[in-house]
Ligand binder design. Structure first.
Ligand code: G16
Length: 543
């Protein structure tokens, strides 16, 4: 066995997006593509010699092959030890948990998250730092810069390592420990939530349906819900991680998780429906004929936070991404804690969590989490809801409608225009930005514009500033219209339009969402000239 030094040259476009580098599988399979990026990570980190890293992924197509390449490159670069999930499996929250618990230097996660998998699907890779969270922009910028100057990478010519057998061994001088992907994570969950109360609630006849969408959440859900909490077999569906996610689009939203929605719409519906995404960091919570918006879920968890043992001391603050609705802000005000508004991307929560300024975080894109790790966490969110249901004895629908009655309802919807021509999308955003100064004080959608800007974030912990994080138009009555381009797509551009309006009157809380937002929807299309510029008269996905 020996280290091979392979000559290479920079490959254009290796710039990490909202969450790591995501491309079509075929791109990752091109010669040197994965290797260049992995070497760029090692080079950007500086000295990885003797360090310990975590490694795993969501099990999608190319996961196992990529794990072998990374193990051999880690060995050649002098990494001391890699803790790899059995079979190459580790959820994103699971990896964050392993990094924190074992005080590792960081970890490499192989996932394109909610993007479809399989040979024609997407693949992705991201680096998490020693706090367990996504690498901050200064690190991803350094990785990208390195990918533009790289001339060689190092790789061991050792044989493939057996990643299916739990235990410790060596690969070309580097220690490899194959770990149970679920063990550390499930131990942490048992510290945070009232498993006894949930178990009793389930034993008294309540039922759940957790749809893992044939992605990495399956083994976690099976162990936690079925083995530890005693839900009957079959409560976890699509529980085997498959390389193509069994053809499922692994995005837990009402548009893609249709089977779950149908079960929760049925007359004999389970008491809670839930789903998670490819790497199990996103979640969707469903009641009877009711999908809880992620923004409401964050607010509701915050309002009930102290019901879970791990949070009984209360929360220090809440953080939400800018496009997420202001439902959490209202709860934060009532609790007397701050609510921080960050750009889209979980990495922006890291500093607030590390500094103890926020305990709970959430994003409209079906992401909820807390300071227990440094990633959003699908199973955690489901357990929080189970804990709330078990302790209050109320149904999902009751919890939601009572919450609206107390705090008011933030009607909320996201309209995605996917696969739009990139130049057209950039032109649309540029045009909008030029219009902003003239909008303040004008009437739009029967409302007066109070503020119109391109969101800039000033990190209160490290003082850094991040510009151009989304065009927002805020009205005097608190309604908002937000536009941004997705940073996770792999084909053309995806324009996201976020729509929100507040309704205090409980008599109007049952209005269908799209109806409540109708005037904002029309305005969103006219103002940004969506049809003339993109040729699209309707969004591709509405959630
Ligand atoms: C990633 C990020 C999230 C972000 C989401 C959507 O989620 O981790 O913080 O909200 O992308 O980003 P965009 O609107 O730019 O597509 P995931 O689950 O894909 O890792």
């Amino acid at each position: 066995m020996s280290t091979q030094t392979i000559s290479t040259q920079p490959i254009a476009g290796q710039k990490p997006g909202t969450s790591g580098l995501r491309k079509k599988v075929g791109v990752f399979q091109e010669p040197h593509y994965l290797e260049n990026f992995v070497q760029s990570i090692f080079d950007a980190l500086g000295d990885v010699k003797g360090k310990t890293l975590a490694l795993g992924g969501d099990g999608r197509y190319h996961n196992r092959a990529a794990v072998q390449v990374i193990l051999k490159m880690a060995a050649a670069n002098g990494v001391g030890k890699v803790m790899v999930g059995q079979g190459g499996i580790l959820s994103t929250p699971g990896t964050s948990c392993v990094i924190r618990k074992h005080k590792l230097s960081g970890g490499i996660i192989l996932s394109a998250s909610h993007n479809p998998g399989g040979p024609d699907g997407d693949f992705g890779i991201k680096y998490n730092i020693d706090n367990g969270g996504p690498a901050p922009e200064k690190v991803t910028d350094a990785i990208y810069a390195r990918s533009g100057t790289i001339t060689q990478y190092l790789i061991s010519d050792a044989a493939d390592y057996d990643i299916d057998t739990i235990g410790t061994g060596t690969l070309d001088g580097m220690t490899v420990e194959v770990i149970d992907p679920v063990a550390d994570y499930s131990e942490l969950m048992q510290q945070l939530f009232d498993f006894a109360a949930i178990k009793q609630w389930l034993a008294s006849g309540h039922r759940i349906r957790y749809d893992a969408l044939s992605a990495v959440g399956g083994p976690y859900g099976k162990h936690i819900f079925e083995d530890l909490l005693g839900t009957p077999e079959g409560s976890v569906v699509n529980g085997e991680p498959l390389e193509d996610f069994g053809g499922h689009h692994p995005d837990p939203n009402p548009v893609y998780a249709t089977d779950l929605i149908a079960h929760l719409d049925a007359a004999n519906a389970p008491d809670l429906g839930a789903a998670s995404d490819g790497d199990a960091d996103r979640n969707m919570i469903v009641g009877h004929k009711l999908v809880v918006t992620p923004s409401d879920s964050l607010a509701i968890i915050a309002a009930h936070a102290t019901l879970a043992p791990g949070y009984k001391q209360g929360i220090s603050g809440i953080a939400r991404s800018m496009p997420t609705s202001q439902a959490a802000d209202v709860v934060a005000r009532a609790l007397g804690v701050p609510c921080f508004e960050t750009p889209t991307g979980w990495k922006f929560f890291g500093n607030l969590l590390d500094a103890g300024k926020a305990t709970l975080c959430g994003e409209e894109s079906y992401g909820t989490g807390s300071n227990h790790i440094r990633e959003k966490d699908g199973i955690w969110a489901i357990l929080y809801w189970l804990n709330i249901l078990a302790v209050t004895g109320k149904s999902v629908n009751q919890i939601v409608t009572e919450h609206w009655a107390k705090y008011g309802r933030h009607f909320y919807s996201r309209h995605d225009y996917e696969g739009v021509d990139t130049d057209a999308a950039n032109k649309l955003m540029d045009e909008l930005r030029t219009k902003l100064p003239q909008l303040v004080g004008t009437q739009l959608a029967h409302r007066k514009v109070k503020l119109a800007d391109d969101f800039a974030y000033h990190d209160p912990v490290d003082g850094s500033t991040t510009q151009k994080q989304g065009v927002r138009i805020i009205f005097e009555d608190g309604a908002r219209l937000i536009y941004r381009l997705s940073g996770t797509g792999t084909e053309g551009a995806t324009l996201r339009v976020y729509l929100e309006s507040y309704e205090a009157d409980a008599a109007r809380h049952a209005t269908p969402t799209q109806e409540a937002l109708a005037d904002l929807i029309t305005t969103s299309r006219d103002l940004a000239r969506i049809a003339p510029l993109t040729g699209r008269t309707e969004p591709t996905v509405v959630t």
